[in-house]
Design a protein around this ligand. Structure first.
Ligand code: HEM
Length: 120
């Protein structure tokens, strides 16, 4: 039996699109981070998040945005904000019925990017 990719287990493009909508609404209602996104073009950020999720989990998408260090340099993001963003993503996985194993896999991927995002 061949194991499905994480992309497939997240529900493919449609599943990731739904997860991304929930991540965005969680971020923009989370008092710990919502002010960070006040000037954002929501549709553009969501497109980049969908691309990154797809490309990073075995999907056919190509990520067309900036690398994580470049994107977050100068923002002075702290640990509390990083944890809040991760919580928002985990919540979005939960509200889309993603399993515990997949939660852990996504968590590990996000955690691996921490040094390019926090304190840069
Ligand atoms: C592992 C965690 C994170 C990932 C995977 C991530 C991913 C991304 C991506 C893909 C972009 C778009 C890059 C581009 O414009 O080319 C972005 C931009 C941004 N991120 Fe993050 N991010 C993370 C954590 C954070 C945290 C903790 C904050 C602060 C609370 C944050 C705030 C922002 C802001 C303000 C932008 C700019 C949005 C805009 O262009 O309007 N990010 N991030």
């Amino acid at each position: 039996m061949s194991e499905q990719t994480l992309y497939e287990r997240l529900g493919g493009a449609a599943g990731i699109a739904a997860i991304t909508e929930d991540i965005w609404s969680n971020h923009t209602s989370n008092p710990l981070v919502k002010n960070r996104y006040i000037n954002s073009d929501a549709e553009n950020v969501k497109r980049l998040v969908r691309e990154m999720f797809g490309a990073g989990t075995g999907g056919p998408e190509t990520y067309s945005g900036q690398d994580m260090l470049t994107a977050h340099t100068g923002m002075n993001i702290n640990d509390q904000e990083f944890n809040a963003v991760i919580d928002d993503v985990m919540k979005a996985l939960g509200s889309n019925n993603v399993g515990e194993k997949e939660h852990n896999e996504v968590l590990a991927i996000l955690w691996s990017m921490k040094n390019e995002i926090v304190g840069v």
